[in-house]
Design a protein around this ligand. Structure first.
Ligand code: PEP
Ligand code: MG
Length: 325
């Protein structure tokens, strides 16, 4: 099977009824970049910049960060890279950073909340990203945005750094795109304002599931409690797909959900056309895409959104089986 997936590397990711589905990969270490060519991914849909911060004994300075980001871009062979700004706190602690103990770290001082309170850290990271992207496209993605106002504040810091680089006559990126992850349900209730401002949205299904169901993503006693393939999640995502399509804003999903073929099939049925996953998942997901009739599947998916059930996994499995997917 592995060989069969490898043979798909140069084949387009396209359904039987000619719908393109962009498959990108997640990365966080320079070593992951070697998988880009091997996997046939169309780019890096999520670059987790915090890993570089976590393996160091002190906070990396602007030069060290810029050097890493430039290498990532050098190895991307012109394919897009979505750099997520520092996403620490909760389960990702920096050894040299004074995290205070928290009762609810997942809902605590983490991610964009932390870097908005330490704006120098965020500005230095953006400075490094701008330096590394001179003459190239830069995609900046903010994690754990809960309010449009947080996005606005973060975006302002980016604008300040662009103005600074201009003042210093540095060579700027050919394009700076700024978007958000959608991991906090509240953000989905501010879509008109949000979609006016962002260049893209990427769903972080790992955190989103945790917050939609108020269910700790790391607690083994709860790991089977709720299903991503439940009508609640599917209806939530369907609403998001429709709003992004109406506003003509690029939408993707970069959580673990995209890496499992059945879940990825459901996403395509809901209207997702772009997803990012670990490199090893690209082959199996592409095989699924190429065996799919998207039109037929989306009518079926619509019928599942209001089913009063814990999970529609069995129905989707039966559908996949019956349609040779
Ligand atoms: C997510 O929450 O789905 C996500 C992609 O971010 P992380 O897994 O790094 O929290
Ligand atoms: Mg997350």
């Amino acid at each position: 099977r592995k060989a069969a997936f490898a043979a798909l590397r140069h084949m387009p990711s396209i359904t039987r009824d000619d719908v393109r589905v962009n498959l990108l990969m997640n990365a966080g270490l320079l070593a992951d970049m070697t998988m880009l060519g091997e996997s046939g991914a169309e780019g890096i849909g999520l670059y987790r910049t915090e890993l570089f911060f976590m393996v160091r004994s002190q906070i990396p300075d602007v030069e060290a960060q810029a050097d890493l980001y430039a290498r990532v871009l050098d190895q991307s062979s012109e394919r897009p890279v979505y750099f997520r700004t520092l996403d620490v706190g909760s389960d990702k602690q920096l050894p040299y950073f004074n995290h205070r103990p928290e009762e609810n770290p997942a809902m605590g001082w983490r991610s964009l909340r932390l870097t908005l309170d330490r704006p120098v850290m965020l500005r230095r990271q953006v400075r490094a990203l701008l330096m590394a992207s001179a003459g190239r496209q830069l995609n900046i993605m903010f994690p754990m945005v809960a309010e449009v106002a947080e996005f606005d504040t973060a975006r302002k810091l980016v604008n300040m750094e662009v103005a600074r680089a201009r003042r210093l006559r540095q060579r700027l990126p050919s394009q700076v795109r700024v978007g958000t992850m959608l991991e906090v349900p509240a953000l989905a209730w501010q879509l008109p304002a949000l979609l006016d401002r962002v260049d893209f949205v990427s769903v972080g299904s790992n955190d989103l599931l945790q917050f939609l169901f108020a269910c700790d993503r790391g607690n083994p006693d709860l790991s089977d409690r709720y299903d991503l393939l439940s009508p609640a999640v599917l209806a939530f995502l369907s609403h998001l797909v429709d709003a992004c399509a109406r506003a003509d804003v690029e939408l993707s999903l970069c959580g673990e959900m995209a890496s499992r073929p059945l879940e990825a099939m459901a996403l395509i049925g809901l209207g997702f056309r772009r997803m990012s996953m670990p490199a090893g998942a690209i082959g199996p997901v592409k095989a699924m895409v190429r065996s799919l009739d998207r039109g037929q599947l989306s009518s079926y998916m619509r019928s599942l959104l209001n089913v009063p059930d814990h999970s529609v996994r069995d129905r989707l499995l039966a559908y996949a089986h019956d349609h040779g997917i």
